[in-house]
Design a protein around this ligand. Structure first.
Ligand SMILES: CC(C)(COP(=O)(O)OP(=O)(O)OC[C@H]1O[C@@H](n2cnc3c(N)ncnc32)[C@H](O)[C@@H]1OP(=O)(O)O)[C@@H](O)C(=O)NCCC(=O)NCCS
Length: 182
């Protein structure tokens, strides 16, 4: 897939992105928000295999580029149940808090709700995702900039890499809510 708007490009990842993704995935500072404060500890081969596993599917692993620079990644899963399950991170800290995240999420949602290839096979009616309770910036963006619905908090629902119990906040936006809010 490829989405291009102004200086933002979102495109499917390929094995040429493995070195960059491997660096990010092994960096505890980048992966902390996902519960991996020590990083994934993945070999380059494992990263390449993971990228290959996404290829040729409706679900996609993507790279985010801004002004031609590779600055982050996102993914979405299509499971055939009427929903899409995305996740995203701007990994280059210099590009966080610049207003890009909300633009990228909106571009992705527009794509997920309207892409012919996906919607002809599995029409997408809603998008579902979550974040960690501590990620106040993400919650602010989802509630105030994306205008998503906070479904609830799942207290102590999963264990992070260090074995600490963590809570997540669940979000949902329907096709109608998103298209009407544009
Ligand atoms: C979360 C993320 C996608 C948001 O994108 P972004 O480009 O940084 O966000 P934006 O610049 O669009 O908006 C940030 C908003 O949060 C606000 N904010 C920043 N820190 C905050 C905090 N600690 N608490 C509440 N709000 C905060 C900013 O003031 C800004 O709002 P404003 O534009 O009204 O002033 C991005 O920061 C990111 O990828 N972070 C790292 C990984 C991550 O957390 N991924 C999401 C996991 S669910």
């Amino acid at each position: 897939m490829r989405i291009e708007k102004d200086n933002i490009v979102i495109r499917s990842a390929n094995v040429d992105d493995a070195i960059q993704l491997n660096k990010w995935w092994n960096d505890g500072k980048v992966m902390d928000h996902a519960g991996f404060p020590k990083g994934l500890g993945q070999s380059l081969e494992e990263t390449m295999d993971e990228i290959r596993n996404w290829e040729g599917k409706l679900s996609q692993l993507c790279i985010i580029e801004i002004n031609g620079n590779v600055v982050g990644e996102l993914s979405y899963k299509i499971k055939g149940d009427g929903a899409a399950y995305p996740g995203w991170k701007i990994c280059d800290f210099d590009y966080q808090n610049q207003g890009y995240g909300s633009q990228i999420i909106k571009l992705l949602f527009e794509f997920l709700f309207t892409d012919e290839n996906i919607n002809s096979k599995f029409p997408i009616d809603r998008i579902i995702w979550d974040t960690m309770l501590e990620n106040k910036r993400a919650q602010y963006v989802y509630e105030h900039k994306i205008k998503a619905r906070k479904i609830g908090i799942k207290e102590n629902s999963w264990q992070d890499q260090l074995g600490n119990w963590r809570s997540s906040v669940d979000y949902d936006i329907s096709r109608e809510e998103f298209l009407n809010a544009r």
